[in-house]
Design a protein around this ligand. Structure first.
Ligand code: TYM
Length: 339
C-alpha cells in the first residue's frame, strides 16, 4: 500500500454559495460555527462560486456576490490569520478531483438526492448535468483537503452522506484509506434548520419574497418583513399546540431574543392572550439589535477592495498548497502519470 502523510490536527471545511446576501439561516446553520471552529481546528472556508453556476448567474452578479460573501465572512468574524479563506474557482484542482469522483458516482444515487429532486421542481427548464453532479462537486470540495468535520445546516446532511459514500468507494476501489469519513458538525448538537418568515419551512434565498432576514438588511427592511410574517387568528384554548407558522416565530426568537422575552410570549400564548403584532415588533427589534454590528462592518469591508484581494490571494495560496498535494497523491493512487 502507498503511504501518505496526514496532519495531526483535525481538518474542517465548509462553504457557502454566492447566490445573494447571507441570511440568518446561513449564519446560525454554518457561519457561527465557522467562527468558533477557526480557533480549534485546521480550517478551510470557501465561497462556492462553481456551485452557483447551476442557476446561470450573470457575470456581474456572480462577481458581486463573491465579494459580498467574502465581506460578510470577514464582518462576521472569520480571521484570515486563523482560517484559510478562499474562492472555490481559485483552486481548480477541485475540478480534477470532481472528475475522478464522477467516474464512480452512479446515476441512480445522484437522481435520488433530495436536493436534486427539489431543484427539478424549482427549475424544470434548467435541469442541467451540474445539478445532477452537485453532490460529487461538493464531495470534491471536502475531500480535496481530506476534511474530517464539516459545519453545515440540516439541509446538507444528505450531501455529507454521499461524500462518505464516494470517498469510501474510492478507498475500496484503489485499496487505500486515503480519504477520511467526513462528518457534518454542530458541536455535538443536532444540525439546525432556521425557518423562514413566510410559513415555508426553511429560511432561504430561493424560498420567496420576504422569507429571509439578511445580515446586510437595514432596520426598516427587517421591520417590514417581520411584520408581514404569516400568523393565524390566535390560540383559542390554553396550552394549545402551536401551528407551524407560529412555531417558526418562536424558533426565530430563540436565536435572537433573551430567555425572559421568550418566556413572556410563551406565557401569553399559553393563556390565549398573545398579540402577534406585539410579538413581531419585539422579534424585529431583537433581530435589528443582533444584526447591527454586522451591518456597518459589511459596508466598510465591501468598499476595501485592496484588503479583500489580499485575503483572497492569501487563501488561494494556502488552499492550493493543500489541494495540489491531494491531487498529486490521487494521481499516483489512480495510476495517472505521464510517460
Ligand atoms: P448554501 O449556500 O445553500 O448554504 C450555506 C450554509 O448555510 C446553511 N443553511 C442553513 N442552515 C440552517 N437553516 C437554514 N435555513 C439554512 N439555509 C442555509 C447550509 O446548510 C449551509 O451549511 N452545497 C452547499 C455549499 C457547499 C458546501 C460544500 C458546504 C458547496 N460545497 C462543501 C459544505 C462543504 C450549499 O448550497 O449551501
Amino acid at each position: 500500500m502507498l503511504l501518505f502523510s496526514t496532519s495531526l490536527m483535525e481538518t474542517v471545511l465548509s462553504g457557502i454559495r454566492p447566490t445573494g446576501n447571507l441570511h440568518l439561516g446561513n449564519y446560525f446553520g454554518a457561519l457561527s460555527n465557522f467562527i468558533q471552529m477557526q480557533h480549534e481546528y485546521n480550517c478551510y472556508f470557501f465561497i462556492a462560486d462553481y456551485h452557483s453556476l447551476t442557476t446561470h448567474p450573470t457575470p456581474s452578479n456572480l462577481h458581486g456576490n463573491v465579494r459580498q460573501v467574502l465581506a460578510e465572512y470577514l464582518a462576521a468574524g472569520l480571521d484570515p490569520e486563523k482560517a484559510t479563506i478562499y474562492i472555490q474557482s481559485d483552486v481548480p484542482e477541485v475540478i480534477e478531483l470532481y472528475l475522478y469522483l464522477n467516474m464512480n458516482a452512479y446515476l441512480g444515487e445522484l437522481e435520488r438526492s433530495t436536493s436534486f429532486k427539489d431543484k427539478i421542481r424549482q427549475q424544470p427548464d434548467n435541469v442541467n448535468a451540474g445539478l445532477l453532479t452537485y453532490p460529487t462537486l461538493m464531495a470534491a470540495d471536502i475531500l480535496i483537503h481530506r476534511a474530517n468535520k464539516v459545519p453545515v445546516g440540516k439541509d446538507q446532511e444528505q450531501h455529507l452522506e454521499l461524500t462518505r459514500t464516494f470517498g469510501n468507494r474510492f478507498n475500496r476501489l484503489y485499496q487505500t484509506d486515503y480519504f477520511p469519513e467526513p462528518q457534518a458538525f454542530n458541536y455535538g448538537k443536532q444540525l439546525i434548520k432556521i425557518p423562514g418568515l413566510n410559513g415555508s419551512g426553511k429560511m432561504g434565498k430561493s424560498e420567496g419574497e420576504g422569507n429571509a432576514i439578511y445580515l446586510a438588511d437595514e432596520p426598516e427592511a427587517i421591520r417590514k418583513k417581520v411584520m408581514k410574517a404569516v400568523t393565524d387568528s390566535g390560540p383559542t384554548t390554553p396550552n394549545q399546540e402551536k401551528p407551524a407558522a407560529i412555531q417558526n416565530l418562536f424558533q426565530l426568537m430563540t436565536v435572537v431574543s433573551s430567555a425572559d422575552t421568550i418566556r413572556y410570549f410563551e406565557d401569553k400564548y399559553n393563556t390565549c392572550e398573545i398579540r402577534y403584532g406585539d410579538m413581531k415588533k419585539q422579534l424585529a427589534e431583537d433581530m435589528i439589535r443582533f444584526i447591527a454590528p454586522f451591518n456597518e462592518k459589511i459596508k466598510s469591508l465591501k468598499s476595501d477592495s485592496a484588503y479583500l484581494s489580499k485575503v483572497a490571494n492569501r487563501g488561494k495560496e494556502k488552499a492550493k498548497e493543500s489541494a495540489s498535494k491531494t491531487i498529486k497523491d490521487i494521481r499516483e493512487i489512480i495510476g495517472i502519470r505521464s510517460i
